[in-house]
Ligand binder design. Structure first.
Ligand code: SF4
Ligand code: SF4
Length: 204
């Protein structure tokens, strides 16, 4: 018989901290992979300049391989953590959402948003099957904080950094032509569960 445990069971807070650590590690692995990708890309360019390989043929081969890999991994679980920035300090693009909402229907709020740990501390809800993606409604694909009808953000003061910094003006999922105020064709499938994941990225 094993030794009897004398330490108290882990608390929810300890378990959550452990999970966050795992997810942080996952993000670091992703960053390492990005660095490797950059190195491989640079090596191909150097070889191309030296006329040892042709960049285009490598790109075509890589694109084909990537497609196969993505297809093979459809359904894999993934962890997605928002950018580590202070959301209360970031700058928002100057877009008059209130005057455009009747055209865009706030479709930015149907795109996937990654929460960061501050957002979790602020109590924002996430999709349990896709940590830590901001939760969206199953019936219309909008973020759960987007008020039905008005599209008002119910968590405006606590909204994630991606919501604060996202710039829709060049996003072809949102506008065919922002200056001419022509929205992109409406898509029923975007964001509706099971979701077609449409990542909403912060402004670079
Ligand atoms: S789609 Fe653009 S204009 Fe419309 S609410 Fe979102 S950020 Fe504002
Ligand atoms: S948190 Fe607010 S701004 Fe962000 S997607 Fe949801 S409703 Fe839109």
């Amino acid at each position: 018989m094993g030794a009897e445990r004398t330490d108290p069971p882990a608390t929810v807070a300890e378990l959550e901290e452990g999970l966050r650590q795992l997810h942080r590690m996952e993000m670091q692995t992703k960053l390492h992979l990005e660095r490797v990708e950059a190195l491989v890309t640079a090596a191909i360019k150097v070889l191309h300049r030296a006329e040892i390989v042709h960049e285009k043929s490598v790109e075509a081969e890589a694109a084909e391989q990537r497609l196969k890999i993505v297809e093979a991994r459809t359904g894999d679980a993934r962890i997605w953590v928002g950018p580590e920035v202070d959301k209360y300090e970031v700058e928002s693009p100057e877009i008059d959402c209130a005057s455009l909402m009747h055209l865009c229907k706030a479709r930015c709020c149907r795109l996937s948003v990654a929460l960061d740990f501050k957002d979790l501390d602020d109590g924002l809800r996430w999709e349990y099957s896709r940590p830590y993606e901001l939760r969206r409604r199953a019936d219309d694909g909008y973020c759960i904080y987007s008020e039905k009808g008005t599209h008002r953000c119910d968590c405006y003061d606590k909204r994630p950094s991606i919501c604060r910094t996202y710039d829709c003006r060049e996003d072809k999922r949102v506008w065919d032509d922002f200056e001419a105020k022509i929205p992109a064709p409406w898509r029923d499938d975007v964001g509706v569960a099971p979701p077609l994941v449409q990542i909403r990225m912060p402004k670079k």
